[in-house]
Each structure stands twice: as C-alpha cells, then as structure tokens.
Design a binder for this molecule. Sequence first.
Ligand code: ADP
Length: 215
Amino acid sequence: MRLILLGAPGAGKGTVAKLLTKLDGSVQISTGDILRGAVQAGTELGKKAEAFMKAGDLVPDELIMGIMEQRLQEPDCAKGFLLDGFPRTIPQAEALKGLLTKLAIDLDAAVDIDVPREVILDRLTTRRTCSNPSCQAIYNVKSNPPRVAGVCDRCGSPVIQRDDETEEAISKRLDTYNEKTAPLVDYYRKEGLLMSVATTSSDDVVNAVKQKIGL
Ligand code: ADP
C-alpha cells in the first residue's frame, strides 16, 4: 500500500504505520525518526536540523525533500510505503506530488487520524522513546510502560523523554501543526485522496484502511 498518514503529533501515526507494515510488507518512512537518527549520529543533516527540532519548529522544506527524494527510491519501497510525519506543509505536499509523478507512483490515500486535543496532550506528556536511534520504540508511562522502568524491552537502551516533549515544546508543536499541517486535510480532500478516521483506537484506523484498499 502507498499511504500518507496525517494527524497531530500523538495521534498515533507511528503506531498505525507499524501495524500496517505487517499486512503487506510496506515500509514505514518516518521523517522524525530519520532526523533524530541524524542528530544522534552527528551528520551534516543532523547538525542543520537539531535546533529546529528542539524548539518544536519544522525543519526547512528543502532538507526534508532531499531526504525523501532519496528514501522513496530505495529498493525496500517497491512493496509500498507509509509516510509518517511527511508531508507537513503545503509546499512539501506539492513537491511530493511532483516527485511521485516523476517516479510514476500512485498513492492509495491520505489517511487523517483525527484525535481530540485533550487526548493528544495527555499522550504526549506521558510518552517515552527508546534512545537508541536504530530502535526508537515508543512507550507510555501510564498505558504501556517498559517491563523494567527506563529500560527498553526490545534493545535494553535507556528509555527517555524526548527533548521536544516538554510541555512548552509540545504546545509549540501543536500550534505548528494547526497552522502548517492541518491545511493538508483540505489539500488531499481536493486531490480526491482523503480518508478521515475519527478514533483514538489504532486498530480502528487499521481496519478502515484494510477495508478501503481491499486487504
Ligand atoms: P511528532 O510526534 O511531532 O509527529 P516527529 O517524530 O514526526 O514528531 O517529528 C519530530 C520533529 O522533527 C518535528 O517537530 C520537526 O521538527 C521535525 N520534522 C519531522 N518531519 C518533518 C517534516 N516533514 N517537515 C519538517 N520538519 C519535520
């Protein structure tokens, strides 16, 4: 399948993407994970992105498009992909449209996961992430803590609160989302690709997608 996942930070895009990859071998492409990996590895990309990310601001469109142009041409995308956290702005959506036309790739849908703001705020302040760049497993101190506090179940690395998950940065990320990313819902409606799912259950989203693309 070839999908864009839309929705505020904390709406569950990453969780849904991981469930969907199991259905047909599509890969999850998370620009946030790619950027955090680059910051930890200290690459040029990471150095350019770090300050924007820490403040809860978006990384400039040119950097993101450079990453995506390469990533979408890697062989593992042949079975499909789930774009998680990209596009985030109208210019990114337009650039993506051009890129997909160039690569002769059609999208199945842009899925908007619509979750109430109170739920989002609660999820983000209680979210914890594995600090190992190649793992980045997600936990929640209330609903899904690691078996040993502060230690990743999967790889044993420390589980931490992300720099951009302080209350101040979270509120900034939600404002940025409303201003820059929420307009994509209308954009994809006009493109005839929008599928909206209002739920706090990742399984509901997965079932709606399965139905839509006939899996
Ligand atoms: P979220 O939980 O906010 O969806 P992500 O892991 O997707 O978090 O992104 C973390 C940060 O990485 C964002 O706040 C932003 O600074 C940067 N980022 C990720 N994807 C993009 C993108 N497509 N365009 C611009 N910045 C991005």
